[in-house]
Design a protein around this ligand. Structure first.
Ligand code: PLP
Length: 455
């Protein structure tokens, strides 16, 4: 999420276009653009965990659409179903009207995901972005309880529209609103106060004390692993305790599973191993399985107090997404073999990161994560950006996250082959090694580590 400025910001001269020429983007696209600043090439093809640019150069993708491509780019089986559907002139846009594709998705989701986990939820199709699902989830919680405050957590990220950004901690996003985001209160996430401090006890105390200044909230919204916030992993015990505090104080629990759901941690929902039962769940990103926009809110049936059309949107019926979402569920979630494979690969990535940390003489690096969301905390945004930059030069796409962009995040497709995973990790090794050598030299005053110059 770091933003390194590129040249030609205000240039109007297009000239002849050559391969990997970004002049059109630099000339026409708003300055708000972000990922393309760190990976400044023109991508033209992708398959599985590999992206290709205009010059035919290949990159291993450890970003995977920021979690939207758990099954990789252009999964052949999903593509086949999609092409068949398009070829047969079936419905593409349907508002929220009933289509065969939509019903088939709901049936597959209910039988293979919900029922198998003994989960009973109503499905709300929202506008197709994660932030719209979060908006809807917060509205339901407020409308159902008649209360306004939503408790969110330090370093939480839930989107950038006015309601969801109010639950997002990072001032970079909050400052962009032009007005003060409202209706939320922030509490310390698991680990925020250091090891051994149970921050749910603090929440409990704030909720018990009528003079704490915290209004009785409608809901708590939480990520089980904070994706944009720096891969902060909540422990199972903390999540269970959070659920207990919520039920003790009659507060709804919303789990935002937009980034780490859909199999990222090795189970379909990221909270399964904690054994909690959220009142409301938001899903988006990898739900369609193919990178097509789609988002849902799952709510316990009694919470479904919506009036018809009260939260609507033209694009609630992306039928192409329903087709691939159903195919992804039927292909990858028909038994537990995919789940086991994700955990195994996550272990491979983690062991690799642990070795990197052991080799780091400066003591700067640390590793954390769960399943196939693993991270290398580099201690500073400067170091993480430099590693990401060097990795990109060597053919690996890896992004930073965290309050200072200090955390490198491995978010590879879950379908990545063992060879590609090893190859990507080897590139990461080399890039870390080169950067840490520079850091050691910098400490002796012999060089200047300047990511701006190198970008
Ligand atoms: N919630 C979480 C946990 C996310 O990680 C994100 C995006 O990164 C969102 C919500 C917002 O999703 P979108 O970018 O599709 O609006």
């Amino acid at each position: 999420m770091n933003e390194i400025s590129t040249e030609d910001e205000n240039s109007c001269d297009e000239g002849d276009k050559t391969a990997n020429d970004m002049s059109t983007t630099n000339r026409l696209e708003s300055k708000v653009r972000s990922y393309c600043r760190n990976f400044p090439v023109v991508f033209t093809k992708a398959r599985g965990a590999t992206l290709e640019d205009e010059e035919g150069r290949e990159y291993i993708d450890f970003l995977a659409g920021a979690g939207a491509l758990n099954y990789g780019h252009n999964d052949p089986l999903l593509k086949e179903k999609l092409l068949e559907y398009i070829e047969a002139d079936q419905i593409v846009h349907g508002l929220d009207m009933v289509t065969g594709a939509k019903q088939a998705f709901m049936e597959a989701f209910d039988s293979r995901i919900l029922k198998l986990r003994r989960m009973r939820y109503k499905i709300q199709f929202t506008g197709p972005t994660g932030t719209n699902a979060v908006e809807a989830a917060m509205k339901i919680a407020r409308n159902y309880t008649g209360r306004q405050t939503i408790v969110s957590f330090t370093n939480g990220f839930h989107g950038v529209t006015l309601g969801s950004v109010a639950a997002t901690g990072n001032s970079h996003f909050r400052d962009g609103c032009g007005i003060q985001p409202q209706g939320t209160a922030f509490m310390p996430y698991d680990g925020y106060m250091g090891e051994g401090v149970d921050t749910t006890e603090y929440l409990d105390k704030m909720l018990t004390d009528g003079s704490s200044g915290l209004d009785h909230p409608a809901a708590v919204i939480v990520e089980t692993i904070q994706g944009e916030g720096g891969i902060n992993v909540a422990s199972k015990e903390w999540l269970r305790s959070l659920e207990e505090v919520c039920s003790k104080h009659d507060i709804l629990l919303i789990v935002d599973d937009i980034q780490v759901g859909c199999g990222r941690t090795g189970t379909f929902f990221s909270f399964e191993e904690a054994g909690i039962s959220p009142d409301i769940i938001t899903l988006s990103k990898s739900l369609s399985g193919y990178g097509l926009p789609m988002a849902v809110v799952l709510m316990k049936p009694q919470l479904d107090v919506w009036k018809p059309g009260e939260h609507n949107g033209t694009f609630r019926g992306n039928n192409l997404a329903f087709v691939t979402a159903r195919a992804a569920i039927e292909e990858y979630w028909r038994d537990d073999s995919f789940s086991r494979d994700v955990k195994r690969k996550g272990q491979v990535a983690r062991e690799h990161l642990d070795r990197l940390v052991d080799l780091d003489e400066t003591g700067t690096l640390s590793a954390r994560g769960r399943g196939m969301v693993q991270a290398l905390d580099c201690g500073s945004g400067e170091i993480a950006s430099r590693i990401s930059h060097l990795a990109f030069e060597r053919g690996l796409i890896i992004e930073t996250s965290g309050s200072e962009d200090q955390v490198l995040k491995i978010l590879a497709p879950l379908t990545i082959t063992d060879e590609e995973l090893e190859e990507g990790l080897a590139i990461l090794d080399e890039s870390v090694e080169e950067t840490m050598a520079e850091v050691r030299l910098k400490a002796t005053g012999k060089i200047h580590l300047d990511v701006q110059v190198l970008a």
